[in-house]
Write a protein that binds this ligand. Structure first.
Ligand code: C5P
Length: 220
């Protein structure tokens, strides 16, 4: 298509969201936070009173296809309501992981994701950006960090919002979510064959961003 795409995939709380946003900002590219689509779908299912499971897969996929989801200046709007905070809770993350394991839901949100690929370019973060959605992307990064690091970062993020969570609980939650994301039958979380691995356990956000930008430079 001639539109450059940088994919940043990896497990929960690996720093993908922050790194992707900063890389997009540095390059003046669009940003696709694909996880927020699954989070919003989970929220829409709850609001509709649908239990999140295979028995409601078609109904939830319909919701995903028809929900009025808008991204506006860093905020996420569902049917005109700002749900940016509501979709960021731990519960919303688990719900997202459950809806995202339903093949019908994944199919329903493909077109929405492809629509983000517009000039001058796109940075896409998620689990399957490089493996499924943008397989021809010229740069794919698989961003990881140790489970201990990721749990600690999540704890800090929550603390910043005034929520005091136990590190052991957070780690158990994120490991459960990763296990489901890696073991599902459709679009499981895994590194694309041609992805570059970046472990940022010992890196600052700025260092991780600089590495991705350096790889992008080399591609030009
Ligand atoms: O990245 P984030 O934590 O917001 O994603 C929430 C959940 O959505 C993930 O745990 C995963 O199950 C799902 N997801 C996915 N594919 C993506 C992005 C997110 O399955 N591309």
């Amino acid at each position: 298509t001639g539109v450059p795409v940088i994919c940043i995939d990896g497990p929960t709380a690996s720093g993908k969201g922050t790194v992707a946003a900063k890389v997009a900002q540095a390059l003046g590219y669009h940003l696709l936070d694909s996880g927020s689509i699954y989070r919003a779908t989970g929220l829409a299912a709850r609001q509709a009173g649908l239990a999140i499971g295979a028995e409601h897969a078609e109904a939830i996929a319909d919701l995903a296809r028809t929900m009025a989801l808008r991204f506006d200046a860093g905020r996420v709007l569902l049917a005109g309501v700002d749900v940016s905070d509501a979709i960021r809770t731990e519960q919303a993350g688990m719900d997202a992981s459950l809806v995202s394991a339903l093949p019908q839901v994944r199919t329903a949100v493909v077109a929405l994701q492809l629509g983000f690929r517009t000039l001058p370019g796109l940075v896409a973060d998620g689990r399957d950006m490089g493996t499924v959605i943008f397989p021809a992307a010229p740069l794919k990064v698989y961003l990881t960090a140790s489970a201990a690091c990721r749990a600690e970062r999540r704890r800090q993020q929550l603390l910043a919002r005034g929520i005091n969570a136990k590190i052991a609980d957070l780690r158990a939650d994120l490991e459960a979510r990763d296990a489901r994301d890696m073991n599902r039958s459709v679009a499981p979380l895994k590194s694309a064959q041609d992805a570059l691995l970046l472990d940022n356990s010992e890196l600052t956000i700025e260092q991780a961003v600089a590495q991705v930008l350096a790889w992008w430079q080399q591609r030009q």
